[in-house]
Design a protein around this ligand. Structure first.
Ligand code: PEP
Ligand code: MN
Length: 250
């Protein structure tokens, strides 16, 4: 996908399930988020799970389902690449490559992804300073890829009432100090469905260029991250609110 299209769509909204689970699950969600006005579909095929017993994703089968959902809805797809050995394969399917929080300091992975001529969404490591994050950006730039989207997704703090602490300071600071696109992921950043909409609005208010939001047709039965996913109704409502918000900003 054309990087300028991402840069020129304000805000650029990426939505979809944490993980691709099945054809029916993905197509239902893809149709729903497309109808609500999302600009791209997310869905993990290779999942970096803390517990090795948790669902690890469908792998290449998941990539094929994402391609099917793109064909059906016209939405470009973004998915995580977790392993250096999968970069070529994931890049054949994805329109935007995602580097997850756990991988942002995986320098061999960054070097491989840098060779791909596609946009890359680089999440912030959950314990990374801005300076460290920007060094990871340098790996991509030095390797020849400047189609970079930074994505704040919450950091580890002493607070346990939320899964992570969404650091909106860094969003405003990055917009002041760099020329990069800065997105916000309020789903991982809060870990709580009820906080996703308010923090989406807060993110746009402090200058975020786009959002990455987990949406599931049946959050209670999601195989991962249902506790932080919006259902399709809540997502539709959020999109209406964001349009309103944009209108008020002029
Ligand atoms: C995800 O987007 O589903 C994900 C695993 O995010 P993070 O890398 O930010 O934890
Ligand atoms: Mn997730």
């Amino acid at each position: 996908m054309n990087f300028a299209e991402i840069a020129n769509t304000k805000p650029f909204i990426i939505a979809g399930p944490c993980a691709v689970e099945s054809e029916e699950q993905l197509l239902t969600i893809a149709r729903g988020v497309a109808k609500a006005g999302a600009h791209a579909l997310r869905g993990g095929a290779y999942k970096p799970r803390t517990n090795p017993k948790s669902f690890q994703g469908l792998g290449e089968e998941g990539l094929k389902l994402l391609a099917l959902a793109r064909k059906e809805t016209g939405l470009p797809i973004i998915t995580e690449v977790l392993d250096t050995r999968d970069v070529q394969l994931v890049a054949e399917y994805a329109d935007i490559l995602q580097i997850g929080s756990r991988s942002t300091q995986n320098y061999p992975l960054l070097k491989e992804v840098a060779k791909i001529k596609k946009p890359v969404l680089l999440k912030r490591g959950m314990a990374m300073t801005m300076e460290e994050w920007l060094f990871s950006v340098d790996y991509l730039l030095q390797g020849g890829n400047d189609q970079i989207i930074l994505c704040e997704r919450g950091i580890r703090t002493f607070e346990t009432a939320t899964r992570h602490t969404l650091d909106l300071n860094i969003v405003a600071l990055l917009k002041q100090k760099t020329k990069f696109l800065v997105f916000v992921d309020p789903s991982h950043g809060t870990g709580l469905t009820s906080l996703v909409s308010p923090m989406s609005k807060a993110a746009l208010a402090c200058g975020a260029d786009g959002l990455l939001i987990e949406v599931h047709s049946d959050p209670a039965n999601a195989l991962s991250d249902g506790h932080q996913s919006l259902d399709l109704f809540a997502f539709q409502k959020l999109m209406e609110d964001l349009l309103d918000f944009k209108g008020r900003q002029g």
